[in-house]
Ligand binder design. Structure first.
Ligand code: ADP
Length: 185
Protein backbone atom coordinates (compact mmCIF):
# COMPACT_ATOMS: atom_id res chain seq x y z
CA UNK A 1 0.00 0.00 0.00
CA UNK A 2 1.31 3.43 -0.91
CA UNK A 3 2.42 5.49 2.03
CA UNK A 4 1.02 9.00 2.27
CA UNK A 5 3.48 11.72 1.48
CA UNK A 6 4.66 14.05 4.24
CA UNK A 7 2.42 17.05 4.66
CA UNK A 8 3.74 19.85 2.55
CA UNK A 9 4.72 23.05 4.29
CA UNK A 10 2.17 25.47 2.89
CA UNK A 11 3.85 28.60 4.22
CA UNK A 12 5.30 30.44 1.27
CA UNK A 13 7.56 33.43 1.10
CA UNK A 14 7.22 36.77 -0.53
CA UNK A 15 9.06 39.36 -2.57
CA UNK A 16 8.85 42.87 -1.13
CA UNK A 17 9.52 45.30 -3.97
CA UNK A 18 10.64 48.72 -2.71
CA UNK A 19 10.49 51.47 -5.31
CA UNK A 20 11.22 55.19 -5.08
CA UNK A 21 13.73 57.86 -5.98
CA UNK A 22 17.42 57.65 -5.13
CA UNK A 23 17.67 58.74 -1.50
CA UNK A 24 14.03 57.90 -0.85
CA UNK A 25 15.04 55.42 1.85
CA UNK A 26 14.83 52.06 0.11
CA UNK A 27 18.11 50.59 1.35
CA UNK A 28 17.64 51.92 4.88
CA UNK A 29 14.14 50.45 5.05
CA UNK A 30 15.19 47.17 3.42
CA UNK A 31 17.97 46.71 5.98
CA UNK A 32 15.61 47.44 8.88
CA UNK A 33 12.97 45.03 7.56
CA UNK A 34 15.69 42.39 7.08
CA UNK A 35 16.73 42.83 10.73
CA UNK A 36 13.11 42.52 11.87
CA UNK A 37 12.53 39.42 9.74
CA UNK A 38 15.69 37.71 11.00
CA UNK A 39 14.70 38.53 14.55
CA UNK A 40 11.39 36.78 13.82
CA UNK A 41 13.27 33.73 12.48
CA UNK A 42 12.57 34.31 8.78
CA UNK A 43 15.49 33.94 6.39
CA UNK A 44 15.68 36.83 3.96
CA UNK A 45 17.93 38.59 1.50
CA UNK A 46 18.19 42.16 0.24
CA UNK A 47 18.77 42.70 -3.47
CA UNK A 48 19.72 46.32 -4.06
CA UNK A 49 21.50 48.44 -6.62
CA UNK A 50 24.83 47.98 -4.91
CA UNK A 51 25.00 44.21 -4.76
CA UNK A 52 23.24 43.64 -8.09
CA UNK A 53 25.11 46.13 -10.23
CA UNK A 54 28.52 45.05 -8.94
CA UNK A 55 28.00 41.50 -10.19
CA UNK A 56 24.93 40.16 -11.92
CA UNK A 57 24.37 43.39 -13.87
CA UNK A 58 27.87 44.81 -14.07
CA UNK A 59 27.62 44.86 -17.85
CA UNK A 60 24.59 47.18 -17.74
CA UNK A 61 24.34 50.97 -17.64
CA UNK A 62 21.41 53.29 -16.98
CA UNK A 63 19.80 53.64 -20.40
CA UNK A 64 16.11 52.70 -20.50
CA UNK A 65 16.97 49.37 -22.15
CA UNK A 66 19.64 48.54 -19.57
CA UNK A 67 17.38 49.47 -16.67
CA UNK A 68 14.72 47.16 -18.10
CA UNK A 69 17.18 44.29 -18.39
CA UNK A 70 18.44 44.93 -14.86
CA UNK A 71 14.91 44.69 -13.46
CA UNK A 72 14.25 41.53 -15.44
CA UNK A 73 17.35 39.86 -14.01
CA UNK A 74 16.54 40.94 -10.47
CA UNK A 75 12.99 39.62 -10.78
CA UNK A 76 14.30 36.25 -11.96
CA UNK A 77 16.83 36.03 -9.11
CA UNK A 78 14.18 37.09 -6.59
CA UNK A 79 11.95 34.33 -7.91
CA UNK A 80 14.67 31.72 -7.44
CA UNK A 81 15.46 32.94 -3.93
CA UNK A 82 11.79 32.90 -3.02
CA UNK A 83 11.57 29.32 -4.29
CA UNK A 84 14.44 28.54 -1.94
CA UNK A 85 12.41 29.80 1.01
CA UNK A 86 13.76 33.29 1.47
CA UNK A 87 11.77 36.45 1.88
CA UNK A 88 13.34 38.70 -0.72
CA UNK A 89 13.51 42.45 -0.31
CA UNK A 90 14.22 44.24 -3.57
CA UNK A 91 15.36 47.84 -3.10
CA UNK A 92 15.68 49.38 -6.54
CA UNK A 93 14.55 52.72 -7.95
CA UNK A 94 12.77 50.67 -10.65
CA UNK A 95 11.34 53.86 -12.16
CA UNK A 96 9.10 52.36 -14.84
CA UNK A 97 5.64 51.03 -14.08
CA UNK A 98 5.74 48.54 -16.95
CA UNK A 99 8.88 46.90 -15.59
CA UNK A 100 7.56 46.62 -12.07
CA UNK A 101 4.43 45.07 -13.56
CA UNK A 102 6.60 42.65 -15.55
CA UNK A 103 8.41 41.72 -12.34
CA UNK A 104 5.04 41.15 -10.66
CA UNK A 105 3.95 38.89 -13.52
CA UNK A 106 7.21 36.96 -13.46
CA UNK A 107 7.22 36.50 -9.67
CA UNK A 108 3.47 35.95 -9.41
CA UNK A 109 0.92 38.45 -8.13
CA UNK A 110 0.30 36.51 -4.90
CA UNK A 111 3.95 36.72 -3.92
CA UNK A 112 4.72 40.28 -4.92
CA UNK A 113 4.20 43.21 -2.55
CA UNK A 114 4.90 46.61 -4.04
CA UNK A 115 5.96 49.28 -1.55
CA UNK A 116 6.27 52.88 -2.65
CA UNK A 117 8.67 55.16 -0.81
CA UNK A 118 6.91 58.41 -1.54
CA UNK A 119 9.73 60.77 -0.66
CA UNK A 120 9.48 64.06 -2.57
CA UNK A 121 12.33 64.85 -4.94
CA UNK A 122 13.23 67.94 -2.90
CA UNK A 123 13.69 65.84 0.25
CA UNK A 124 15.68 63.10 -1.50
CA UNK A 125 17.84 65.72 -3.17
CA UNK A 126 18.39 67.53 0.10
CA UNK A 127 19.57 64.24 1.69
CA UNK A 128 21.77 63.48 -1.33
CA UNK A 129 23.08 60.43 0.55
CA UNK A 130 25.59 59.49 -2.16
CA UNK A 131 26.19 62.91 -3.73
CA UNK A 132 24.52 61.72 -6.92
CA UNK A 133 21.99 64.55 -7.23
CA UNK A 134 24.82 67.06 -7.20
CA UNK A 135 26.53 65.17 -10.01
CA UNK A 136 23.25 64.89 -11.95
CA UNK A 137 22.52 68.62 -11.59
CA UNK A 138 25.99 69.48 -12.85
CA UNK A 139 25.54 67.19 -15.86
CA UNK A 140 28.31 64.83 -14.73
CA UNK A 141 25.76 62.03 -14.36
CA UNK A 142 23.26 61.42 -17.17
CA UNK A 143 19.84 59.71 -17.09
CA UNK A 144 19.42 60.27 -13.37
CA UNK A 145 15.91 59.46 -12.15
CA UNK A 146 14.00 62.56 -11.08
CA UNK A 147 16.42 64.90 -12.86
CA UNK A 148 16.71 63.91 -16.51
CA UNK A 149 15.01 60.54 -16.43
CA UNK A 150 11.39 59.97 -15.38
CA UNK A 151 9.98 58.23 -12.32
CA UNK A 152 6.52 56.69 -12.62
CA UNK A 153 4.92 56.22 -9.18
CA UNK A 154 2.96 53.01 -8.55
CA UNK A 155 -0.78 53.37 -9.14
CA UNK A 156 -1.88 50.93 -6.45
CA UNK A 157 0.99 50.01 -4.12
CA UNK A 158 0.29 47.67 -1.20
CA UNK A 159 1.86 50.29 1.04
CA UNK A 160 3.04 53.88 0.72
CA UNK A 161 5.81 55.09 3.03
CA UNK A 162 6.33 58.76 3.85
CA UNK A 163 9.88 58.89 5.11
CA UNK A 164 9.80 62.59 6.01
CA UNK A 165 7.31 61.94 8.79
CA UNK A 166 8.35 58.58 10.25
CA UNK A 167 11.52 56.81 11.35
CA UNK A 168 12.91 53.76 9.50
CA UNK A 169 11.81 51.63 12.48
CA UNK A 170 8.25 52.89 12.19
CA UNK A 171 8.26 52.32 8.43
CA UNK A 172 9.62 48.80 8.89
CA UNK A 173 6.90 48.03 11.43
CA UNK A 174 4.29 48.99 8.80
CA UNK A 175 5.96 46.72 6.25
CA UNK A 176 5.95 43.84 8.74
CA UNK A 177 2.21 44.39 9.29
CA UNK A 178 1.49 44.11 5.57
CA UNK A 179 3.72 41.06 5.33
CA UNK A 180 1.85 39.33 8.13
CA UNK A 181 -1.46 39.97 6.42
CA UNK A 182 -0.48 39.34 2.80
CA UNK A 183 2.82 37.54 2.92
CA UNK A 184 1.94 34.03 3.99
CA UNK A 185 -0.30 32.74 1.27
P1 ADP B 1 17.82 54.84 -1.30
O1 ADP B 1 18.23 53.42 -1.01
O2 ADP B 1 16.35 54.96 -1.60
O3 ADP B 1 18.67 55.52 -2.33
P2 ADP B 1 18.93 55.40 1.33
O4 ADP B 1 18.27 54.35 2.17
O5 ADP B 1 20.33 55.15 0.87
O6 ADP B 1 17.97 55.70 0.05
O7 ADP B 1 18.88 56.81 2.07
C1 ADP B 1 17.72 57.31 2.67
C2 ADP B 1 18.01 58.31 3.80
O8 ADP B 1 16.76 58.69 4.38
C3 ADP B 1 18.85 57.72 4.92
O9 ADP B 1 19.76 58.72 5.35
C4 ADP B 1 17.80 57.42 6.03
O10 ADP B 1 18.33 57.48 7.32
C5 ADP B 1 16.77 58.53 5.79
N1 ADP B 1 15.43 58.21 6.31
C6 ADP B 1 14.69 58.98 7.13
N2 ADP B 1 13.52 58.42 7.44
C7 ADP B 1 13.48 57.23 6.80
C8 ADP B 1 12.51 56.18 6.73
N3 ADP B 1 11.33 56.23 7.38
N4 ADP B 1 12.79 55.10 5.97
C9 ADP B 1 13.97 55.03 5.29
N5 ADP B 1 14.93 56.00 5.31
C10 ADP B 1 14.70 57.11 6.07
Amino acid sequence: MARSLPTENTKTTTVLWLTGLSGAGKTTLADQVARDLRAAGQACFVLDGDNVRKGLSQDLGFSDADRTENIRRVAEVAKLMRDAGLTVIVALISPFRAERDAARTSIGNDHFIEIYLDTPLAVAEQRDVKGLYKKARSGELKNFTGIDSPYEPPLAPALTIHTETETPQQSAARVMQVLNVKGNR
